[in-house]
Design a protein around this ligand. Sequence first.
Ligand SMILES: Nc1ncnc2c1ncn2[C@@H]1O[C@H](COP(=O)(O)OP(=O)(O)OP(=O)(O)O)[C@@H](O)[C@H]1O
Ligand SMILES: [Mg+2]
Length: 149
Amino acid sequence: MKVELADLDAMDRFGSVLAAQLRPGDVVALSGWLGTGKTTLARSIIAALGHSGDVPSPSFTIIETYDPPAVRLPLVHADFYRLEDPSEIQELGLDDYRLGAVLLAEWPEHAGGFAQEPGCLSIHLETAGEGRIAIVEPGPDWLGRMPCP
Ligand SMILES: Nc1ncnc2c1ncn2[C@@H]1O[C@H](COP(=O)(O)OP(=O)(O)OP(=O)(O)O)[C@@H](O)[C@H]1O
Ligand SMILES: [Mg+2]
């Protein structure tokens, strides 16, 4: 499925549609080259889940977490760009952070990828003129709750 995201408002709307569908254990795998809007979409999702205020980019910390009651459900926002090997996610303790939580993963391929998990929604972002397009591929757990903005 292809979704046109012409501007930041469209990104926010898409983030809200996605946020409404999220369940614990899901992964939203945000791929795409530098500057294609991965953090922007993650921020829209986190805001739609109830968080108010800044959402720091996890580019340096790698993992940022958000917990209820500030958000509807526990959330891990990760940016795996700086990982040199997928085995490093063990050292980060990612599995513990993920228990009962949703994972928003930027640069998922640097962590070995998540598409093999049934709850993974893969979103590949690309620039298109001034805006972006998203190519969305749902895992089996997403059938019946496909996000159409
Ligand atoms: N749908 C959109 N239309 C127009 N501009 C957008 C859109 N989404 C994001 N942008 C802009 O693109 C720029 C880069 O966005 P962002 O930081 O989210 O990218 P990123 O994919 O996370 O990059 P990186 O790989 O460096 O972390 C920002 O200036 C943002 O405002
Ligand atoms: Mg980013």
